[in-house]
Design a protein around this ligand. Sequence first.
Ligand SMILES: [Zn+2]
Length: 145
Amino acid sequence: MTRDEVLAHAYKLFESDMGLCACGQPWEGYELVRRLLDLAPYYEHPDRVTAAIGNDGSAHLVLSMLTRAELIEHGGAVGGSWLTPKGAWYRDALRLIDSWEEFDDGRFTAPSPHEGTPCGDACWNDPPGTDSLRISEIEKRKERP
Ligand SMILES: [Zn+2]
């Protein structure tokens, strides 16, 4: 998957799949998602997951949101969740973003992946690569003839 396609998926995750508003400091939310994907599987250390989120109530809300976005799934309790293939793909993709502020600046001009058609297993089977996702470098690349 190209860097632009990876970025388009990252914007889609936060905006469409999770419904995050762009007001305030949305990157605080992006960073929490990245951190939580890195902490999976949660059954290995549920206390660290709760501590990263704040308390049991907010943990229940946030983990339910990640479940609704199909990033994690669980058996008996949401606090013991593990990553879905989509969640594992986003864990790897979000690790490549160097600057959340810069990422957020590109949010409103990014195309939607697949021209709005839903993602499928093919997306999560296509690794995001290892190149960092510096938005300014991508913009510079586009400006070159
Ligand atoms: Zn896709």
